[in-house]
Design a protein around this ligand. Structure first.
Ligand code: NAD
Ligand code: TDX
Length: 350
């Protein structure tokens, strides 16, 4: 029975990962450690909260004592670090918080795992730390080419710079101590339980409420979209089969510009739900500061070395996702009614 310490498991990808792993493996114990910031929501895990293979602990990954106590209480085999401040726009307004959580939190976690796992003859067998990183650490692409694991790091936003800094600390724990670890760098995820500040759920939510659909700049920035379960599958495979010390890029060659995404959502809702929702809701707004133009992942390494491949096409995944949000309107309402609503008003000055 392997014990997984999953941080940030109440957030978007983390909660999908907890669901994915409990569906796939019957003989594991998941300890979900989450601070429950605005982005962490235990409602995302309500259906499994009584599962005997699942434990929730409310804690901050920056809290050294709390993190060390977890390693004393449990014989942790795998750490999967999702916990992070994840929204680029917030990082532009509040960079210190991103440096604290994403960099210092990662180091606190790395150090606690090292202390628990290191022996006089190296590290205990079967242990691994996995850092969930992002394609944004590579910076921005021109019209041609893809990010490879060997592409130099060139982050631009406080968010991506904090993630790159964390990656370098993770690398240091391998280079210096030979700690068993991997880094995954995935492209933009979409699917259920994503906080409606991110493009896809925000646009669905605003369509439902007939609010303006904000497009930054000219709407031609490109993201490489992957259905969240395919990211979870990649993490599971890297934990099991990834070569120690290696970085794995994760992406499914699904590059779309933002205006295409927005029009796809409008068109589905217009044709299937509410014909009064149309493109007149689109509102071009001031561009994001330092807005990266294009992301595109080369996933050849994880495909060739580990046999990973994405199972959900964008065409299937986006419909599944829109339907999920439409069936969970109250969830979106609860999340967007308070703090986020004020943030939205201040940010776009609407
Ligand atoms: P999210 O914002 O939805 O969730 C983050 C979770 O971390 C929340 O549950 C939050 O409560 C928790 N958290 C924040 N600070 C914490 C702290 N100090 N201690 C403990 N818990 C804390 O984020 P997400 O989109 O699910 O992203 C998860 C991870 O995946 C992040 O590390 C992000 O950088 C990475 N990533 C995200 C994407 C994407 O498209 N969303 C793509 C690639 C990589
Ligand atoms: O209202 C909006 N209008 C708009 O045009 C929002 C919220 C976004 N955008 C644009 C900005 C980006 O070009 O849409 C694109 C996607 O934006 P986000 O959903 O904020 O994602 P992004 O900035 O690409 O970062 C995401 O992917 C990589 C996640 O938030 C990160 O955590 C992850 O690492």
């Amino acid at each position: 029975m392997k014990t997984y310490l999953v941080t940030g498991g109440a957030g978007f990808i983390g909660s999908n990962f907890v669901h994915y792993m409990l569906r796939k493996h019957k003989d594991i114990h998941i300890i979900n450690v989450d601070k429950l910031t605005y982005a962490g929501n235990l409602e995302n895990l309500k259906d499994i909260e009584k599962n005997p293979n699942y434990t929730f602990v409310k804690a901050d990954i920056c809290d050294k004592e709390a993190v060390e106590a977890l390693f004393q209480k449990y014989d942790v085999d795998y750490v999967v670090n999702f916990a992070a401040e994840s929204h680029v726009d917030r990082s532009i307004r509040e960079p210190e918080l991103f440096a604290k959580t994403n960099v210092l939190g990662t180091v606190t976690l790395l150090n606690a795992a090292k202390n628990a796992w290191e022996t006089e003859n190296g590290f205990k067998e079967g242990k691994k730390y996995l850092q969930v990183s992002t394609d944004e650490v590579y910076g921005s692409l021109g019209k041609e080419g893809y990010f490879m694991e060997t592409t130099p790091l060139d982050p631009h936003s406080p968010y991506s710079s904090s993630k790159a800094s964390a990656d370098l600390m993770v690398k240091a724990y391998y280079d210096t101590y030979k700690m068993p670890l991997n880094i995954t760098r995935c492209s933009n995820n979409y699917g259920p339980y994503q906080f409606p500040e991110k493009l896809i759920p925000l646009i669905i939510n605003n369509c439902v409420n007939k609010k303006p659909l904000p497009i930054y700049g000219d709407g031609m920035n490109i993201r490489d979209w992957l259905y969240v379960d395919d990211h979870c599958k990649a993490i599971d495979m890297v934990l099991e089969k990834g070569t120690i010390g290696q970085v794995y890029n994760v992406g499914g060659h699904n590059e779309r510009n933002n205006i295409y995404i927005v029009k796809t959502i409008i068109s589905f809702i217009h044709d299937n739900i509410d014909a009064t929702v149309d493109e007149t809701l689109i509102k071009y707004v001031e561009d994001r500061k330092g807005h990266d133009r294009r992301y595109g992942i080369d996933p050849q390494k994880i495909k060739t070395d580990l046999g990973w491949y994405p199972e959900t096409t964008f065409e299937m995944g986006i419909i599944k996702t829109i339907k999920w949000y439409l069936q969970n309107k109250e969830w979106m309402e609860r999340l967007t009614s308070g703090e986020y609503e004020n943030y939205y008003k201040n940010y776009y000055k609407m």
